[in-house]
Ligand binder design. Structure first.
Ligand SMILES: Cc1ncc(COP(=O)(O)O)c(C=O)c1O
Length: 648
């Protein structure tokens, strides 16, 4: 006979974990939970796609001596995304009988790593996928890697003479480089340089849309945006080019609505507005031919289909279909040819391909564990708390919503009064500690029974917040997840193992910087936003290795990260499958202590010399022996060579 689960062992399956952490929503077809209860990533093995456990990848890395935290890059996911966007446009163009072509460009700033640029230009060539450069260094990287004469290099950002000259030289050599006017004054310099070099430049103009969007980066578009030309400035550019006999050089209208635009309506309105301006420019006599929609294609970090910065109420296919339809509608009405389309999607291309894996080092549980005994001499408030505890645990009374609320109110009242008596010297330190312990016990009881008695929500949701454990994990928010700290970005976080078990703790994740902002305390799970994350209890003393994945970190995070507390770059590795075997490539060791110190102008040799002086003076003062000095110096030098994160 099948054994029925007891009331104490709640039924929990990998399906529950998948829906709790929303992995099928934010992870699309790239990430999933395996029957073994582990997070898997789907990788290509020849023509097949196979799930590979992240825990297995980490185990292989550990065997090779690579420590956590580690950033894993999956080239397969990058290629998958390039296909999805380009095929999305190809389908939309085919279905709408659109006459123009799609020529996407990848904005280098979103992830500038050489590996990413190399792969995008190599794999993207079949789609004539180009690059967007927003600065001189980005243009130099683009020119080194992008040699496809049918793809574009779009130059945004402020341009000096050197930037312009480089772009014009590339054009002379047969690369399609478009110089986008970001401000009116750039035109004069571009015309001067092109005349001097005998090149007719390919020009674009960045237009400031009046359509405003939702989301954190809405300010990058709209009338008040700092970038681009307003409508009268665009007209002055047209007049100037006409006077110079160069109106045929104006080939492209560009706009950028902002990054991560969560709703499709805003995307469609912007495309319609831009198409109208495009039509106007053609009617003015400009040659045109290209409409560049900038970035903004959002991904859902929270797995929800909402209208928040972390969400997206549309997918790639819908995005492609809607912008093609909107542009066709306006240009058909004006009876002018459909323009070729460029988009500068960054986040949607690279976010998925990097996963940060971190390990939990320690736990601070907020619960009362000890047995508290009160005596006749104990303060009355401590006795009250104790009586309350005895009453909830031993009275056998029915647990109702009212009883839970009353217990919570009384526990809070007695605890606060006890604290106040302590501050007047009426309660001793040990008595206050006993009172706090009872308070935690009572709150744990409240939390345990709240849901079943229907007392959750409202002011009681504070209980959950108060009862949150701190799990200390081996990473730095500032180095690896800067947007989480700077703009409250949500990233999907979940355990990569034990997913057959119900997580029983509610957790805030603290990093190992000693900064109170160094924590993750906003999460999306169970279709809602929360201030804590359900995780499993961990046997820290027994040395359990509990790992968490932080997903969708491939966009913007790597180069925006900083050296707070001198925690440096993490280890990085690229992982793929080859004939069923894992391949680890491009392993890059994270910064050593000596490297991060040299970034802030310390000379490691001088540090050793100075520390040796201290050690030698300790020998002279007979605080340590000469042999101890040798050991101490070896430890110091080993420390300089070590990883900046917690080493095991
Ligand atoms: C001009 C320009 N193009 C493209 C992008 C990339 O945007 P996203 O990552 O949302 O696709 C940005 C980023 O804000 C941008 O400023």
């Amino acid at each position: 006979m099948e054994k029925r689960p007891s009331a104490k062992t709640p039924v929990w399956s990998i399906e529950d974990s998948a829906s709790l952490y929303g992995i099928r929503e934010w992870g699309h077809e790239y990430f999933n939970v395996s029957a073994r209860g582990e997070v898997v990533v789907n990788l290509k093995d020849g023509s097949k796609t196979k799930p590979v456990s992240l825990a297995q990848i980490i185990s292989g890395l550990k065997d090779r001596g690579t420590q956590l935290p580690v950033l894993i890059r999956f080239g397969d996911l990058l290629r998958w995304r390039i296909d999805e966007l380009n095929e999305g446009f190809a389908t939309a163009i085919r279905e709408a009988k659109y006459q123009g072509v799609y020529r996407g460009v990848y904005p280098i700033k979103v992830n500038q790593q050489q590996e990413v640029i190399e792969e995008i230009t190599r794999y993207g060539r079949k789609y004539h996928y180009g690059l967007e450069a927003g600065s001189k260094p980005e243009l130099i990287a683009a020119l080194a890697y992008m040699h496809d004469p049918q793809a574009y290099i779009v130059c945004n950002g402020y341009k000096d003479e050197e930037f312009i000259d480089l772009a014009l030289y590339a054009q002379k050599m047969g690369i399609q480089v478009i110089l986008v006017l970001e401000m009116p004054s750039e035109l004069k310099l571009i015309l001067e340089r092109s005349k001097k070099m005998g090149v007719r430049p390919t020009l674009g103009v960045r237009f400031r849309l009046s359509t405003e969007s939702a989301g954190h980066w809405a300010g990058s578009g709209g009338d008040a945006s700092v970038f681009g030309l307003n409508i009268s400035q665009v007209m002055r550019v047209v007049d100037h080019l006409r006077e110079e006999g160069m109106l045929d050089c104006l080939r492209m209208l560009h706009y950028h609505q902002g990054s991560q635009i969560p709703n499709i309506r805003a995307i469609r309105s912007a495309a319609t507005e831009a198409a109208r301006v495009y039509v106007g420019l053609v009617q003015e006599g400009a040659r045109m031919g290209i409409l560049d929609l900038g970035g903004g294609l959002a991904i859902s970090y929270d797995g929800l289909k909402g209208n928040s910065t972390a969400s997206s109420d549309y997918g790639t296919k819908e995005y492609c279909a809607d912008v093609i339809e909107a542009i066709a509608e306006v240009t058909d009405e004006a009876e002018i040819p459909h323009p070729d389309i460029i988009t500068e999607s960054g986040r949607a291309i690279v976010a998925y391909c990097s996963v940060l894996v971190i390990n939990v080092l320690d736990i601070n549980r907020f619960e009362g564990n000890g047995i508290i005994k009160v005596t006749d001499d104990s303060p009355a408030l401590l006795k009250n708390l104790h009586d309350l505890w005895v009453e909830v645990t031993e009275s056998g009374k029915k647990i109702t919503r009212e009883r839970i609320q009353e217990t919570y109110n009384d526990a809070l009242y007695y605890r606060d009064k006890l604290r106040s008596e302590f501050s007047y010297g009426k309660v001793r330190l040990r008595e206050r500690a006993q009172g706090e312990e009872l308070y935690w016990k009572l709150l744990s009881w409240v939390s345990e029974h709240m849901e079943q008695a229907g007392a959750d929500g409202g002011q009681m949701s504070r209980v959950e917040h108060v009862l949150t454990d701190y799990y200390y994990a081996n990473f730095s928010v500032f180095q690896s997840l800067p947007d989480l700290w700077a703009i409250d970005q949500i990233f999907p976080v979940m355990p990569i193992q034990r997913l057959k078990e119900k997580p029983t703790r509610k957790v805030v994740l603290s990093d190992i910087t000693c900064d109170s902002d160094g924590k993750i305390d906003h999460f999306a799970h169970g279709c809602e936003l929360h201030q804590s994350l359900p995780l499993h209890d961990i046997d820290i003393e027994g040395g359990e290795d509990y790992m968490l994945g932080v997903f969708l970190v491939g966009a913007y995070q790597e180069t925006l990260g900083d050296l707070h507390n001198l925690l440096g770059d993490t280890n990085v590795v690229s992982v793929s499958l080859d004939n069923g075997k894992l391949r680890y490539r491009r392993e890059q060791e994270g910064d050593t202590v000596s490297e991060v110190l040299s970034y802030v102008e310390y000379d490691p040799k001088v540090l050793v010399t100075k520390f040796r002086e201290l050690a030698e003076s300790a020998v002279t003062q007979k605080r340590i022996t000469a042999t101890e000095r040798k050991e101490i110096m070896a430890a110091f030098e080993e420390g300089l060579r070590g990883y900046t994160y917690f080493e095991t």
